[in-house]
Design a protein around this ligand. Sequence first.
Ligand code: ATP
Ligand code: MG
Length: 568
Amino acid sequence: MNTTPPATSNFIKTIIEEDLRLGKFNGRVVTRFPPEPNGYLHIGHAKSICLNFGLAREFNGTCHLRFDDTNPIKEEVEYVESIQRDVRWLGFDWNDKLFYASDYFLKLHDYAVELIRRGKAYVCSLDAEQIREYRGTLTTPGKDSPYRDRGVAENLDLFARMRAGEFEEGEHVLRAKIDMASSNVVMRDPVIYRIKKAAHHRTGDVWCIYPMYDFAHCLSDSIEGITHSICTLEFENNRPLYHWILDALETPCHPEQIEFARLNLSYTVISKRKLIQLVRDKIVSGWDDPRMPTISGLRRRGVPPEAIRDFCDRIGVARADSMVDIALLEHCIREDLNARAPRVMAVLRPLKVVITNYPEGQIEELEAPLHPEKADMGTRMIPFSRDLYIEQDDFMEDPPKKFYRLAPGREVRLRYGYYITCRDVIKDAQGRIVELRCVYDPASRGGGTPDNRKVKATLHWVSAAQARPAEVRTYNHLFTVQNPNETLEGQDFRGFVNPDSLEVLSNCLVEPHLALAESGSRWQFERLGYYSVDSVDSTPGALVFNRIVSLRDSWAKIQASEKKTAGG
Ligand code: ATP
Ligand code: MG
């Protein structure tokens, strides 16, 4: 677990500062965020977005949004649109710097032709199986393809005919001519173009050959004048190829590639491939299911973008892979919401309370602040009456020693209201508690008494007649284990899905102030947690709330105990 305090600087900033000092790239900083539109963005992408857009912001540069859409099979317009919405929602703007690798297909093709002309690429007619065989392994060198020494004219002719659609998929590929004995397998004459008879979501049927990632990526960076091409660690071995291609073509712009560790988060999976399986298998309700670590899921749950940016700041950027505790994300959310979410009362599992000495039909309006520290947020009126509801688990008929809340004969405070004492417990035929009969002390209005009587508990409550019904959805971790990726042989990560990750309570009651709560608005339900009005299912007549986080801060606890064991 990574529990180190936030880093203000990071090694990438240091590299850029050094580049600027040396006048590299004429003092320009141009970064890019290059998603493949084959799924929705997740919190790992947020790390990359905050990093790339953040660096551009900090160094007065620009950050491009580029769709890395070179694979026609898995990419869709739906994803292109969701990605733009998510980047904007996170608080970043690419201005007019929106690009698609597919816009460069002609340029990339021409670069491939140029590489052939320079004797640095050849058309290979081995099939996929043979290419794999010839490649060798990590410990044994590869073997030259029998087609490696085809002449330039023949290569140009074959490549032109590949483009013209004369061959079937897999019949020929274009390969860079590098070194089959390289200790880096990536450099063993990598395939840079393949035949794929598939329509592309932007270029339609214009192309039947498509560039491979390694070829398209460095050249797209170069075409756009990127200075710092920041990617995740798994591309470290591809870096020599990145530079080889740009060197071989002597492109005027030659960016620097810098790798950083991808984000891993406990109790969840962060990989589009796995997230898409959760969606397809209907384990979740969709990409925006509030349990998903996707940006759209976090947004629907009610997580503020500020909290995600703060989280990305705190985890920092390093070169070593690590697992970040999801409690840190929850901590960031709590801190943000604590500062600005208005407070209200909601009862999730209602237990009826009748105040027998309160006049029937009387309603008092009690004024209560919306935020304990922010007077400027104003107040709301809370109705008080004879019939109320409290939380079922705030009452025990036979309380154990440390239970200080309501019990027979005991007095407690109702938040912003009065002191009440339980006199009677009413049960149904099955012996279940259905109602409490209480008396109130009229002198305790506002939460204190003239004799300064102490009570040990303050309960939240709602007035029966004015409360609004609501459904409340409580979310827990989507997986039961810290690292669902690390599964034993033969096990699938889906076997670790938490069956209790969603709990729906449909008989909740909320104070009337929430009747007009806006879609997506965020609230603290006192004593319970932070909740948002669900943007999809909630209507003014049938309110639906999502629990964003509980009030319990396990991250703060972890920090405190670490300090203790460290002796500080
Ligand atoms: P996935 O494995 O989820 O499919 P990906 O790397 O294939 O992710 P891309 O759309 O290619 O997804 O990613 C766009 C950018 O986001 C890349 O620069 C990639 O390095 C970065 N990125 C993806 N996942 C993470 C992560 N977990 N942490 C940090 N950056 C990430
Ligand atoms: Mg990718």
